[in-house]
Ligand binder design. Structure first.
Ligand code: UT7
Length: 331
């Protein structure tokens, strides 16, 4: 029998309605549209509003849409993995809340946290369960409510992040389509440059940690940029070389949307033009675990069976990676 690979059988995204534009940010912090656009490529981002609205709200919406679109019965899902850095609660896992919300009663689920590389780590993990033959339907979600951990008085971070989610269905394929290879890396020595200081076991929440604004994203932007631009380009090039893929073989680079300049550098290293780069950072900003599924969702109509996609990411941890996907269907 041919090797089993995990094909992506469907993709669905969800973004909240509320739009936070650069113009609006100008009235909140000392910034301007020209700076944000030229330094990051971001024009606006979506924010999930309302009381008691966690990341799961977006995850549930995405998975419900995915099941409908792929004509999948929720009870047939074996496993649901949720990549998120902003879970509804420290526990239980947001994956469990999403599975319950969509009626996936037979699925087991867990969260996976690898910051902006979360979706690629989760996709690779989910694919393994299909490749071994153990499971037939795995849902991988990437979702983040970054607005819940962003300080809207800090101009260096609040202009970057947004909220959103996306989900894919993985199923077995024996014709060579799907997740064909991945290179995943992490380096914990990067933690000082990008983290949240309090709220974990090292520094639980106290009145002082709240007063010191330690429950927000802390990022040394320029330092992270340097690592991101090198490592994301390196790992994208590495997976091409490893699999003997030339630039003309690639239909799309699907990059984590952190900064247009990092994306451009990665595309340049891969030797591909702008027409082969999925881009939606201008609409949604950096949605952490959700950027890559939201790109696939936005570009789904353009994709044809057999298209080679290189997914690439870099994020907190540090974590980074690339995944080679051979797309399995015509939209
Ligand atoms: O997704 C997870 C991984 N994260 C990333 O990949 C993010 C990587 N980093 C970046 O994308 C960029 O470093 C940022 C977009 C965060 C910042 O851009 P930068 O070109 O690296 O700017 P910078 O931090 O070096 O700051 C340059 C100047 C500073 O002013 P001075 O010191 O030159 O006078 C900042 O104070 O820009 C100033 N600045 C701003 N000005 C207007 C910083 N933020 C803003 C702002 N509006 N929002």
């Amino acid at each position: 029998m041919n090797r089993i690979s995990a094909q992506i059988s469907g993709i669905q995204g969800f973004v909240p309605d509320f739009v936070l534009s650069n113009k609006k940010l100008e009235s909140m912090v000392d910034t301007n549209d020209e700076w944000i656009t030229s330094r990051t490529g971001i024009k606006e981002r979506r924010i999930l509003k309302g009381e008691n609205q966690g990341a799961s709200v977006m995850g549930i919406a995405a998975v419900k849409g995915l099941l409908e679109k792929t004509d999948t019965d929720a009870n047939d899902i074996d496993l649901l993995i949720c990549a998120t850095t902003t879970p509804d609660m420290v526990f239980p896992a947001t994956a469990n809340i999403i599975a319950d919300g969509v009626g996936a009663k037979k699925a087991f689920g867990y969260d996976l946290q690898a910051a902006c590389s979360g979706f690629l780590f989760a996709l690779t993990t989910g694919a393994q369960f299909i490749e071994t033959g153990k499971y037939k339907k795995v849902v991988v979600v990437g979702v983040d409510k970054m607005s819940s951990i962003v300080d809207y008085t800090d101009r260096t971070t609040c202009i970057i992040f947004g909220d959103g989610g996306g989900a894919v269905l993985l199923e077995p394929n024996t014709e060579g389509y799907g997740v064909l290879d991945s290179i995943l890396r992490s380096d914990g020595s990067g933690a000082p440059h990008l983290h949240m200081k309090a709220g974990g076991s090292r520094k639980p929440a106290t009145a002082k940690t709240i007063a010191n604004k330690e429950h927000f994203v802390y990022q040394e932007g320029a330092a992270v940029f340097k690592f991101a631009v090198t490592n994301m380009a390196d790992v994208a090039q590495e997976i091409m070389e490893k699999n003997d893929l030339r630039s003309e073989d690639i239909r799309y680079l699907v990059p984590h949307q952190a900064n247009k300049r990092i994306i451009d550098a990665t595309a340049k290293r891969m030797g591909i033009g702008e027409d082969k780069v999925m881009l939606n950072i201008h609409k949604y900003g950096n949605t952490t675990s959700a950027t890559i599924p939201l790109c696939l969702w936005d570009y789904e109509k353009e994709l044809k069976k057999g298209d080679n996609l290189i997914l690439a990411s870099f994020g907190g941890g540090f974590t980074w990676g690339s995944v080679w996907v051979k797309w399995a269907y015509d939209a």
